[in-house]
Design a protein around this ligand. Structure first.
Ligand SMILES: CC(C)(COP(=O)(O)OP(=O)(O)OC[C@H]1O[C@@H](n2cnc3c(N)ncnc32)[C@H](O)[C@@H]1OP(=O)(O)O)[C@@H](O)C(=O)NCCC(=O)NCCS
Length: 144
């Protein structure tokens, strides 16, 4: 597996990964293109045989980082790609100095919550009905 930063020309391929995963943020190609043009945004992607198999999107500004979106193609799930994307992205953030990293995850998203827990994230709070009636979000965070 290779990891690299996504380019503007990757927007369609990233949207294709996203479309396979209803639990991700629902970004379309235009959303990825807009995000890739934000100076504080980074999208790391995983590559197998020159094809994008997963990605993780974050924004970093002076000491604060927010993870906005992550998804791995179902065919490539449970092979360590999500964890590799997350830990690599966190290492690059840490390399630039201490940073508080936060994110929101749906209470019923078992796989994502386990991924973040494995990486060391802890619950900071809860947002009631954040994803719709009865669909709460956990705010998770860690300092790197
Ligand atoms: C969450 C997601 C990115 C994980 O990617 P992945 O490459 O399959 O995950 P990994 O293989 O790297 O697994 C890392 C850890 O995540 C957890 N995990 C991954 N898939 C899991 C599953 N189906 N059930 C429970 N835990 C799971 C485990 O703790 C695992 O560690 P382990 O293998 O030591 O048990 C992937 O399931 C996905 O794309 N989900 C849909 C999109 C989504 O929910 N995004 C998050 C929005 S906040």
């Amino acid at each position: 597996m290779k990891l690299r930063l996504a380019l503007l020309s990757d927007a369609a391929a990233l949207a294709a990964v996203e479309a396979t995963r209803p639990q991700a943020a629902g970004w379309k190609e235009e959303g990825f293109a807009a995000e890739l043009q934000q100076p504080c945004a980074r999208i790391w992607c995983s590559i197998e045989k020159e094809k994008i198999t997963g990605f993780l999107a974050l924004r970093v500004t002076n000491g604060f980082c927010e993870i906005l979106n992550v998804a791995v193609l179902p065919l490539w799930a449970d092979k360590g790609i999500g964890y590799a994307l997350l830990t690599h992205a966190l290492e690059t953030v840490k390399a630039k100095g201490p940073c508080r990293v936060t994110l929101e995850v749906a209470q019923d998203n078992v796989a994502a919550r386990a991924l973040y827990a494995k990486a060391g994230f802890k619950a900071l709070g809860q947002r009631k009905n954040f994803y719709g009636p009865g669909k709460d979000a956990f705010i998770l965070g860690m300092d790197v």
